[in-house]
Design a protein around this ligand. Structure first.
Ligand code: 13P
Length: 241
């Protein structure tokens, strides 16, 4: 069965003191119904803090990126194996905010492979821009992004989590309607074929007041949450929805 997963992406936000408060509130407030999982993806310097605050809890933690390389002379890069040493189970790869700054399909595919090789579950992000949606190419864009990773991983595609995040809905307050989300999720599910049990998350302005309608869609298995994951009450409300 496909699990239900709500993932917080803190992006480049946080600080030691705020993180302590947020992580403690999440830990105290999250009593998951069976089959539901909560994860926070924090900036690299705070992985140790998430590990310390969440170890022994039912909340998982992860990174927001990993290097496509295993190790060596790559100044500023952080390998998947390093991230795994901090008890992470997940890493985002291919977030649109990184793709927009030049991350290629090949790099995203290599990062997904690097994460799997280190024992992490990559949360592979796909999504179209507003111009692409208006040009009618949403399906071609997201399936192309999925194919680039699936071609690289082969059967191991079954071990990823996939997140559909329309770029026009990220941080804008414009959420895809449940119908828009379901349509794209169905396309992705069909393309996954034998790997159709891969959890499909929706991301883009998910809030407590729209989460339940999105989660009611047949092919939406959870959410990747940005802004609302920085507030414990909102993130908990989404996870409970
Ligand atoms: P918002 O929830 O702030 O729109 O961000 C979505 C996102 O990019 C999560 O990865």
């Amino acid at each position: 069965m496909r699990g239900r997963l709500v993932v917080g992406n803190w992006k480049m936000n946080g600080g030691l003191r705020q993180n302590d408060a947020l992580l403690a509130e999440l830990r105290a407030g999250w009593a998951p119904p069976p089959g539901r999982e909560m994860v926070v993806c924090v900036p690299y310097p705070y992985l140790w803090q998430a590990q310390a605050a969440l170890s022994g809890s039912v909340i998982g933690w992860g990174a927001q990126d990993v290097s496509q390389y295993a190790g060596g002379a790559y100044t500023g890069e952080v390998s998947a194996a390093m991230v795994a040493e901090f008890g992470c189970r997940y890493a985002l790869v291919g977030h649109s905010e990184r793709r927009a700054r030049g991350e290629t399909e090949a790099a995203v595919a290599d990062k997904a492979a690097a994460a799997l090789a280190a024992g992490l579950t990559p949360i592979v992000c796909v999504g179209e821009t507003l111009a692409q949606r208006e040009a009618g190419s949403t399906g071609a864009v997201v399936l192309g992004q999925l194919d680039a990773v699936a071609d690289r991983l082969g059967d191991r595609i079954a071990a990823v989590v996939l997140a559909y995040e329309p770029v026009w809905a990220i941080g804008t307050g414009l959420t895809a309607s449940p119908d828009q989300a379901q349509t794209v999720h169905r396309l992705l599910r069909e393309r996954l074929g034998a790997a159709a049990t891969v959890p499909l998350l929706y991301g883009g302005s998910v809030k407590p007041d729209n989460a339940a309608a999105l989660f009611a869609c047949q092919d939406v298995d959870g959410a990747l949450v940005g802004g609302a994951s920085l507030k414990a009450d909102e993130f908990l409300a989404i996870a409970r929805a």
